[in-house]
Ligand binder design. Structure first.
Ligand SMILES: *Cc1c(COP(=O)(O)O)cnc(C)c1O
Length: 362
């Protein structure tokens, strides 16, 4: 058994290091020309030119996007419970109430039918997550939002470059957020990018990012410091040039795993979806945690559980509603290494390990 194969691995090269050094030498390291260039380049590369605002994290992006869209106390926004806590947290931070809906067991993304059943007169928005890099059904969810006169927002934290029915995710909602955290499909160290459907939303997010001011000391609204630095933007610009090739490698790795894994439920890509494989997630019907432990100790294969606790059950929300597909997914999912740093030998080891543990447990 060789060294442990990690579940995720950020790829940082000499060119990222050189970009940081270039900014350091310029003497201007806070938000400036690098951030402006990153926003333009990200817009052109990943969201069909839709205007973007860079912020300090994906969470800040969701929070500011929701505030800019007018979400606040008394409002409800429908979100999945099967996601990272930042999705519902960002709704709660505006003073609005996150309302949790169940997922489609095939895509792990919001189930439009269940979403419909939790719409109330207070609903102001629906925020699907393109979980694991598989796009949510934004056609059905968008139609539903329109029928009820509410907005669609996209948590695209895990889905840089994914498409739904030929169109890029991040171009469907009033706004969309992409995370640039190190384990995501591309990184800026920490950071987030918000794409917006209108110039008014762009301006509102820009104001909220910087203390509510466009012109210095003429603060128009109460805002945050959620700026991205030029150091982070410089890393992000280099990564942006690599993300398409990484996505191709992720797709190749996912194809290999699906062709060779036996005895576990492999992920499904539904019609109309172009998956970017942030995670390659199998279902283990019995003793998922024992399966993961054996995979690591006997085969040196790292894995991850995203996410073991449905968000509505976290102490921070503490709700007792029943979302059966969310519960089942949280008990069964296991994400295997699929990242672009894997060698052919690593992939063979992942397959051999998973197949052996599945067979032993059968
Ligand atoms: C990572 C992530 C976020 C938050 O992004 P940060 O950059 O870590 O703040 C939000 N939603 C989902 C689904 C994520 O995976």
């Amino acid at each position: 058994m060789g060294a442990t194969i990690p579940a995720a691995k950020p790829l940082i090269g000499d060119d990222e290091r050189a970009a940081v050094d270039r900014v350091m030498r310029s003497g201007m390291i806070a938000q400036g020309p690098e951030v402006a260039a990153f926003e333009r380049e990200f817009a052109d590369a990943l969201v069909d030119g839709r205007d973007c605002v860079a912020v300090s994290s994906g969470t800040a992006g969701l929070h500011l996007g929701l505030l800019a869209a007018g979400i606040g106390p008394g409002d409800e926004v429908i979100v999945p419970s099967f996601t990272f806590a930042a999705t519902a947290n960002s709704v709660a931070l505006t003073g609005a109430t996150p309302v949790f809906a169940d997922i489609d067991p095939v895509t792990y993304c919001l189930d439009p039918q269940h979403v419909e059943s939790v719409v109330t007169s207070r609903t102001k928005g629906i925020m699907p997550v393109h979980l694991y890099g598989h796009p949510a059904d934004v056609t059905a969810l968008g139609a539903l939002a329109e029928r009820h006169g509410v907005q669609l927002f996209e948590d695209a934290a895990q889905a840089h470059g994914a498409r739904w029915q030929g169109r890029r995710v991040g171009t469907f909602g009033s706004f969309a957020m992409f995370s640039l955290y190190p384990t995501k499909n591309m990184t800026s160290g920490e950071g987030g990018m918000v794409s917006c459907a209108s110039p008014e939303l762009i301006r509102a997010v820009q104001l909220l990012r910087n203390q509510g001011m466009e012109r210095r000391y003429e603060n128009e609204v109460v805002g945050f410091n959620a700026r991205m630095t030029d150091l982070h933007a410089a890393i992000g610009r280099v990564q942006l040039g690599k993300v398409d090739a990484w996505t191709e490698t992720r797709r190749r790795n996912a194809r290999f795993l699906s062709e060779h894994l036996e005895g576990v439920g492999v992920p499904v890509v539904v019609d109309g979806a172009e998956h970017v494989w942030h995670q390659y997630t199998i279902r283990v019907e019995q003793d998922r945690d024992g399966f993961a432990a054996a995979l690591l100790s006997e085969h040196g294969v790292g894995s991850g559980v995203y996410y073991p606790v449905p968000n509505h059950e976290l102490p921070s929300f503490g709700l007792t509603i029943d979302l059966p597909e969310t519960r089942r997914a949280s008990q069964q999912v296991l994400s295997l290494p699929v990242h672009p740093a894997l060698s052919d030998e690593d992939l063979e080891r992942v397959v051999a390990g998973v197949n052996a543990v599945a067979k032993a447990g059968a």
